[in-house]
Design a protein around this ligand. Structure first.
Ligand code: COI
Length: 338
């Protein structure tokens, strides 16, 4: 295996960009049909200064991962879900989108072309980033005249530099992530820059992440780049998707796993005050996995949660990782061999 990796060291991989060998590009013109895409060496792309994505933010992204198993097999996790989410997002942003087959095929090709960058089992995964952008030039506000679907990849380990240590969240009630009727429910690139202010304020104060999207300054919605859950008794609750919450693939998978393990799962509005009585709080996302929350600070009050290997979020995550790594049987057709 060392030969395949060319002496690469995989310990302590974080979530930083490492340039890999290939990327995939597919274009769509005025007929709204994506034509045969192709792999090329990873590198910069050329864009008109008046491209729709640069001027009006007409763009979406996705995130999915490829895993290497003990027997050397390479697998993707539910890439069809990302494809469908991109289609829904494209509809919201007035963009044509690749078919589910085109999307999954592009992700597969990108993972296989960069297979030497898929870390050994237990060391991380290959994070695959599909992008759909309005690449055609436009001056007045209108949909772009041409679209580009791009897929690139980078090996990743833990999202946080603290590793898997519990997160300390800071609740932000000045800056919001998304509003009703906006594009918060789809993975538009325009949802992410508005979070940066809250995130940098939280980091400046020594916290790992910020909770944002606080509708009417009452209900908790999302954490900087992931979904949030709370546990009380046998009930696991997460904010109801009402157009401001991104329906994460990990979120959906964890809800299914929790139901299988006998928990009652609720999607509902969660007032911030409820977190005081929660037994556990945790975050989910493709990039972060399932991250336990150690504390939440809101209006100067700090709520602390107990931490151990016995916590429910750990049990849920172990099952998810077990399915992804082939240690637990996949009864749901979630993993895709490539
Ligand atoms: C992901 O979890 O894939 C995300 O989109 C988060 C990203 C902001 C790193």
């Amino acid at each position: 295996m060392d030969d395949e990796y060319g002496g690469m060291k995989w310990d302590n991989l974080g979530f930083g960009l490492m340039k890999t060998d290939y990327m995939y590009t597919m274009k769509c013109g005025k007929d709204d049909k994506f034509k045969q895409g192709e792999l090329s060496r990873y590198g910069n792309i050329e864009l008109s200064p008046s491209a729709g994505v640069l001027n009006y933010g007409q763009g979406l992204f996705e995130g999915t991962k490829a895993y290497r198993r003990e027997d050397g097999g390479l697998f993707l996790f539910r890439p069809q879900e990302n494809a469908i989410r991109m289609q829904i997002g494209a509809h919201r942003m007035c963009m044509p989108s690749p078919s589910v087959h085109q999307f999954v095929d592009a992700v597969k090709q990108t993972a296989l072309a960069n297979r030497r960058w898929i870390p050994p089992p237990g060391k991380g995964s290959l994070y695959i980033r599909p992008l759909l952008i309005g690449s055609g030039p436009i001056l007045g506000l209108a949909p772009a005249s041409e679209y580009t679907f791009l897929v690139y990849a980078s090996p990743v380990g833990n999202y946080f530099k603290e590793g898997t240590a519990p997160l300390n969240l800071y609740v932000e009630d000045e800056f919001h992530r998304a509003a009703r009727g906006g594009a918060g429910g789809v993975k538009s690139i325009t949802n992410y820059a508005p979070v940066l202010k809250a995130l940098s304020r939280a980091k400046d104060r020594g916290f790992s992440m910020s909770c944002t999207g606080f509708v009417n300054k009452r209900n908790i919605e999302e954490v900087s780049s992931c979904n949030i859950f709370m546990l009380k008794g046998n009930v696991i609750s997460t904010p109801v998707p009402n157009g401001t919450i991104l329906e994460g693939v990990t979120r959906k998978s964890i809800m299914d796993i929790a139901r299988d393990l006998g928990y009652q799962v609720e999607e509902r509005c969660i007032p911030i005050e409820e977190l005081v009585d929660a037994e556990e709080v945790f975050c989910t996302g493709t990039a972060v996995g399932v991250a336990p929350v150690g504390s939440i600070t809101y209006k100067g009050n700090r709520i602390e949660y107990k931490m151990s290997n016995e916590v429910v979020s750990h049990k849920l995550y172990s099952r998810l990782v077990g399915i992804q790594r082939g240690i637990i049987k996949d009864n749901k057709g979630w993993v895709l061999k490539i």
